[in-house]
Design a protein around this ligand. Structure first.
Ligand code: RB5
Length: 143
């Protein structure tokens, strides 16, 4: 898959490590920034990932900030984006199986690297279960 990844300064270091991890899993990574630990505004970075997902230029997006909260708040303002703020492998898996999340949000200041890598691997490998969940996703798009 093609994955767009973005982070603010709070998530910069984790993003850098995850790029290599995701590439090693066989995916293509498009890094929209930030490109240094200097302070930036998370909505500006998040918008680039959201636009890539909505524009179909990539299959899914990953957004990282200090807590993951700001990134998830901004991403979910866009129709067609289902951004899930996840904390562990279980929430990452459920966000795909039940919610068909197309953006994974993470908080670099609340996760260890090992947990973050587990989450990403699970999230990329898990398909939407469909069935009873499909009409609920349709309802989200109709709000
Ligand atoms: C930056 O200090 C921090 O506010 C940001 O990374 C994020 O946690 C916001 O939700």
């Amino acid at each position: 898959m093609k994955i767009a990844i973005g982070a603010d300064h709070g998530g910069f270091e984790l993003k850098e490590g995850l790029k290599a991890f995701i590439t090693a899993l066989g995916h293509t990574v498009s890094d929209v920034g930030c490109y240094s630990p200097d302070s930036v505004h998370y909505p500006e970075i998040g918008k680039k990932v959201v636009q890539a997902v909505l524009g179909k230029g990539v299959d899914r997006g990953i957004l990282i900030c200090g807590t993951g909260i700001g990134m998830s708040m901004m991403a979910n303002r866009y129709k067609g984006i289902r951004a899930a703020l996840c904390h562990d492998g279980y929430t990452a898996r459920m966000s795909r199986e039940h919610n068909d999340a197309n953006v994974l949000c993470m908080g670099a200041r609340v996760l260890g690297v090992g947990v973050a890598e587990d989450m990403v691997r699970i999230w990329l490998n898990t398909e939407f279960a469909g069935g009873r969940h499909a009409c609920r996703i349709a309802m989200l798009e109709d709000l």
